[in-house]
Design a protein around this ligand. Structure first.
Ligand SMILES: [Zn+2]
Length: 126
């Protein structure tokens, strides 16, 4: 056992003395370096990403659910409006008419959303 560290064996294993200097360009260093995900801090991401794939898919699912909830609330709101409006006039709202109003409010909201997105695209696109 060399006292100055040459040819030492640690726990019976040979080890390599790394005399080579690791030379990486800043671009390569950026690609191999990792950091924790900014959202969950459980998983690691490469330096060009801020959040991991798991968190991104969670955020997408959350956004999709919120969008669906908005549609649901809108449909209920239009349904309530139509029912209130029709109920004020005789002969009132029968159960069949009530569910027909539900279907109508779904169509109103869907058509409104399509028109709204079409208008927004035509204003933003050109
Ligand atoms: Zn994450």
């Amino acid at each position: 056992m060399g006292i100055n560290g040459d040819n030492n064996r640690v726990a019976g294993r040979d080890y390599y003395e790394l005399n080579a200097v690791l030379k990486l360009t800043p671009e390569q260093l950026r690609q191999v370096s990792i950091k924790p995900c900014a959202r969950c801090e459980d998983r690691i991401v490469s330096s060009d990403a801020t959040i991991c794939n798991q968190c991104r898919s969670e955020l997408e699912t959350k956004a999709e659910n919120e969008r669906l909830q908005r549609y649901g609330v809108l449909i209920l709101f239009v349904w309530g409006l139509l029912t209130t409006w029709l109920n004020a006039h005789p002969p009132g709202v029968s159960p069949q008419v009530f569910f027909a109003l539900g279907a109508a409010s779904v169509m109103i909201v869907v058509i409104g959303a399509v028109v709204w997105h079409g208008l927004r695209r035509s204003f933003n696109g050109s």
